[in-house]
Design a protein around this ligand. Structure first.
Ligand code: BTN
Length: 328
């Protein structure tokens, strides 16, 4: 059996020292193991998040290394008012952090609880779409008990988009854009997205889960081929590598700040900032409404966060972004 961590560590050291290509043959000779065993360690290192290229007749080359998420380091950097003050759940892998956080919501966990993971097997997006968990990226969900009427659910998506936008724009210095209703783009490609799900009881939000995925340090080749033209990472788009703990700490702090703004001042200031950042009013948009496409002019966002779109017949559509998962 060759898969001892120490041999794997020695393969990694060789890759680090070689500052370029390391042939499988050379690695095998230096470590006294077979080339096949080197290959197995390379596979294991990739699974840990190391980016290792392999080219025939050249060998292996180490690219990006994983940066571990340390919950204590994130907590130490936070002075959260609500978000981050509940339970913290770190999972190496899970189906979906939104599902985990919804379970916490049902179990009565406190507002501000968080579920964070390295990888999701069934990450989801709006309208039943899948979310691909990219390597060296972040995906997490926040449990909220906002005590708001159900018609205000859209505001939580806008809030999360503002927090993601501010975090990525400040840390990466890139020109980020918010695309209604729930995406953050860099250079026209999706770099992050938000999925809000909620339990509605008696017309009120009993609990809501804000799920956020941000592609930070994955490279293009690590995305499924069918996503490569529409999805990117901060690193791919800007050349900047962001440490995951830094992004988590800043993003949770921004969510907490915007949430304080919502609970203290209502939806008005949030919606005003969202309108100013997106510059969307007056634009023409084509959107799917009840399985047909409606093209119209964006008139405004109302105080419930609904997008008011006037089509060519003069009909005004009020479009929401919330995805209630339960109601009674
Ligand atoms: C979308 O593309 O429509 C939204 C994607 C939201 C993805 C995040 S990742 C963390 C959380 N858990 C999920 O299953 N989805 C959200």
């Amino acid at each position: 059996m060759i898969s001892t961590p120490s041999t794997r560590q020695r393969v990694l050291s060789l890759l680090r020292q070689s500052r370029g290509w390391l042939s499988g043959q050379e690695a095998a000779e230096r470590l006294g193991i077979s080339r096949a065993a080197v290959g197995k360690h390379i596979t294991a290192l990739r699974a840990e998040g190391h980016l290792i290229e392999a080219v025939s007749r050249r060998g292996y080359r180490l690219g990006m290394e994983p940066d571990a998420v340390a919950v204590e380091a994130i907590q130490a950097a936070l002075k959260a008012r609500v978000i981050g003050r509940g339970q913290w759940v770190w999972l190496d892998q899970t189906t979906s952090t939104n599902s985990e956080a919804a379970a916490l919501g049902l179990a009565g966990a406190p507002e501000g609880s968080l579920v964070l993971t390295d990888s999701q097997t069934l990450g989801r997006g709006r309208k039943g779409r899948k979310w691909f968990s990219a390597r060296r990226s972040i995906q997490f969900s926040v449990l909220l008990r906002p005590g708001l009427p159900a018609r205000r659910l859209s505001v939580l998506t806008l809030l999360a988009c503002l927090a993601v936008h501010k975090t990525l724009a400040d840390l990466s210095q890139a020109a980020c854009a918010i695309k209604w209703p729930n995406d953050i783009l860099i250079s026209g490609k999706k770099v992050a997205a938000v999925l809000v799900e909620a339990a509605i009881i008696g017309g009120e939000i009993e609990w809501a889960v804000l799920g956020i995925g941000c592609n930070l340090n994955a490279v293009r080749a690590e995305f499924p081929e069918e996503l490569r033209e529409i999805v990117t990472s901060v690193y791919e788009a800007t050349g900047r590598k962001l440490a995951r703990n830094t992004v988590y700490a800043k993003l949770i702090a921004e969510l907490d700040r915007y949430y304080a703004l919502l609970t203290e001042s209502g939806s008005g200031p949030l919606i005003a900032e969202w309108k100013q950042k997106t510059n969307i009013i007056g634009n023409t948009l084509s959107l799917a409404v009840n399985s047909r496409v409606v093209t119209g002019e964006v008139l405004d966002l109302d105080t419930d966060g609904l997008l008011l779109l006037r089509d060519s017949t003069g009909t005004v559509h009020a479009l929401e972004v919330g995805d209630p998962v339960e109601s009674a």
